[in-house]
Design a protein around this ligand. Structure first.
Ligand SMILES: [Zn+2]
Length: 256
């Protein structure tokens, strides 16, 4: 609101209301700029960013700021920092591992509910199965068969759980959709832990699981997307219901 002009000196004073401002850290600004350019593909994989002192000269920022920005990019998996004479910050392509570790952090940091994991699996896995029936290669089928063989073996609980996860990831790989594949790989650790329940995984569960995997594999082999979706839906949903019925944990503990 404007105050009345003061008659003495003829100036008008305006009452300006300011809110607290948050100023981004210089290192975040530099990291954002570099990240954008890396993601736009300006620097091919494996090339080195300009050396630290050159970045200091180019940007007018301090050495500490430049170093901090590079460290942020390293944590995000966008560059690999090598020390020594031939060292520097080298551009890295974001791989599935970085999706996996972000999802892992999300699950561990936010105490994601077990039911949320099951809902996500029910959303993603039938689509993986449908695409797998359409796009699977001979190598994909061989990987599914291998997982089916090891799940049929009467191994330890750990071996059973691993064979289970391997099969589900192999279906995602066979979908030939890199994002679905990345998500499933990211979820695989949580899936393993969430099914790690000695009381639940008895020989009947093992048998049902092995049979379900086999019949879904056959639909994928036959190139029958409808059957693959339907069977995967039934399998993931049935498994979730059975686990929830006996499970007393409500969140997922993924070990570091
Ligand atoms: Zn399964």
């Amino acid at each position: 609101m404007a105050e009345p002009a003061s008659p003495e000196n003829g100036t008008t004073r305006v009452a300006v209301q300011l809110a607290p401002m948050s100023v981004p850290k210089a290192s975040d600004v530099l990291a954002d700029e570099l990240r954008e350019r890396i993601l736009r593909g300006e620097f091919p994989e494996g090339t080195a960013l300009p050396p630290e002192r050159e970045l200091v000269t180019q940007t007018g920022m301090s050495r500490a700021t430049v170093r901090e920005a590079l460290r942020i990019l390293e944590v995000q998996g966008l560059v690999r920092i090598k020390t020594g004479r031939a060292g520097g910050a080298f551009i890295q392509r974001l791989g599935e591992e970085s999706i996996a570790s972000s999802v892992d952090l999300l699950i561990r940091g936010r105490n994601i509910r077990l039911a949320a994991l099951h809902e996500t699996r029910e959303a993603i896995e039938p689509s993986c199965a449908r695409l797998a029936a359409l796009h699977r290669t001979d190598d994909d089928l061989a990987a599914l068969d291998r997982a089916n063989d090891s799940i049929a073996r009467d191994g330890s609980l750990g071996e059973f759980l691993q064979a289970n996860v391997d099969w589900h990831v192999a279906v995602a790989v066979a979908s030939h959709n890199e994002l679905l594949n990345g998500f499933m790989l990211a979820l695989s650790r949580a899936i393993y832990t969430s099914t790690d329940n000695q009381g639940f995984v008895d020989s009947a569960v093992r048998q049902t699981t092995a049979q379900a995997h086999k019949s879904i594999t056959e639909a994928i082999r036959a190139g029958d997307p409808e059957a693959a979706v339907r069977r995967m839906q039934r399998h993931v949903h049935g498994y979730a219901e059975a686990v929830m019925a006996v499970e007393d944990r409500t969140s997922i503990d993924v070990e570091a």
